[in-house]
Design a binder for this molecule. Structure first.
Ligand SMILES: Nc1ncnc2c1ncn2[C@@H]1O[C@H](COP(=O)(O)OP(=O)(O)O)[C@@H](O)[C@H]1O
Ligand SMILES: [Mg+2]
Length: 370
């Protein structure tokens, strides 16, 4: 549906800049299947917004091609650049615009009413679509209110509703939930995902929020310095990050440096580390002696209060515990290294207590040591 290849964008260096201009987007390529929600995830400044603006036609790249549903929107080589207003895409940006002189309902209905003259959408159908979208973004009770009398978060939802109601072939969303408080953001994640799926709107979504990306996406591309570091489905991204950078950025993690000691069977390795030998899994080939990292998530470490021996068992001491409501997170020091460990909130353990950590072998992954 959307295909981006070899995209390049450099901004001119600032005056008195020490460094040469760096590439905001550097040889970027990805494809989005029709009906999928594809997320560009990465820290601030990695090039997410620039990529989205190139697809929208608001920024001109120096190189590459952009195709939407087989139609070339941009091609540096062929000298094609379709103007933004002819690309027929829906978008909501970090800085969103709404029509201040119209009320909420009319803001959302406006685009459909204009299109209705061409596509013969009936007044009843328009009302149904507007009401559905307003209820998704939780603005149905404010339909009659002037747009200027909305809070920042409500205006953001209005901008979203306006784009959604058009059911565009491709929807571009740049941090559309960033101005909402935590609870509303959680709820809107589900609603937005549901609507996107129900309507089958192919969506390019941009966020720096890993939870949002994991919850909503069919595929995620983690970006770093204008490039894609890893492209994967959410579960794979979380369980099998391809690099230290991705492991750190997506979810809370424990990373232990080590060296491949030996292979055990098809997918298991013994890794020698500062805290002892750890058994970890990977389908990749690693030669003995190679420096690697062992990755294990806090929820895949069991905290034992009784001494126990066996593989992937480490003895340590609890340094601190924070209560998270649905569970607890502990900092446990093992041979001078800290591990983050999740447990149920029911487990009570005082700071300073000696404990055993049991790392689930199947859940210990190997990540290249950069
Ligand atoms: N209009 C601009 N002029 C100069 N540099 C820019 C401009 N827009 C973005 N940049 C730079 O390009 C890089 C990528 O920015 P951006 O795409 O906004 O990142 P993100 O959306 O991931 O935070 C950053 O280093 C940023 O400072
Ligand atoms: Mg941005």
């Amino acid at each position: 549906m959307l295909s981006v290849a070899q995209l390049l964008k450099t901004y001119p260096a600032r005056r008195r800049a020490v460094h040469a201009p760096s590439r905001a987007v550097d040889d970027l390529g990805f494809e989005i299947e029709a009906g999928h929600l594809f997320t560009l995830l990465g820290p601030s400044g990695c090039g997410k917004t620039t990529t989205l603006r190139c697809v929208a036609g608001l920024t001109t790249p120096e190189g590459g091609t952009i195709r939407v549903a087989g139609r070339t929107m941009f091609s540096a080589r062929e000298g094609i650049e379709v103007p933004a207003n002819r690309r027929g895409l829906g978008m909501v940006f970090q800085s969103y615009a709404i029509w201040p002189h119209l009320d909420v309902y009319t803001n959302v209905a406006f685009g459909l009413q204009v299109a209705a003259r061409r596509h013969r959408v009936g007044a009843r159908a328009i009302r149904r679509r507007v009401e559905r979208v307003l209820s998704v973004v939780r603005l149905d009770h404010l339909a009659g209110r002037p747009a200027t009398d909305l809070s920042g978060g409500q205006q953001q939802r209005l901008a979203l509703a306006r784009a959604l109601v058009m059911e565009p072939p491709l929807l571009l969303l740049d941090e559309p939930l960033s101005n909402l408080d935590a609870k509303l953001r959680d709820e809107m994640r589900y609603e937005l995902k549901r609507l996107q799926r129900d309507l089958g709107i192919t969506t390019l979504y941009v966020t720096h929020d890993q939870h949002e990306a994991l919850a909503m996406s069919n595929e995620i591309a983690v970006m770093r310095d204008g490039r894609i570091e890893q492209l994967a489905k959410p579960r794979q991204m979380y369980e099998r990050p391809a690099s230290r950078f991705v492991a750190d950025f997506v979810g809370t993690t424990n990373l232990v440096d080590g060296i491949i000691e030996r292979r055990e069977g098809a997918d298991r390795y013994v890794v020698s580390t500062d805290v002892g030998d750890l058994v970890a899994t990977s389908a990749a080939e690693y030669p003995t002696g190679l420096p690697v990292c062992v990755l294990v998530r806090p929820e895949h470490i069991e905290l034992l209060l009784e001494p126990a021996s066996g593989r992937n068992r480490l003895s340590g001491r609890v340094e601190a515990t924070v209560f998270l409501g649905e569970g607890a997170e502990h900092r446990v020091s093992v041979a001078g290294r800290q591990f983050k460990v999740r447990s149920s909130a029911a487990l009570e353990v005082a700071p300073g207590s000696p404990v055993m950590l049991s790392l689930t072998e199947e859940r210990c992954a190997i990540v290249p040591a950069d």
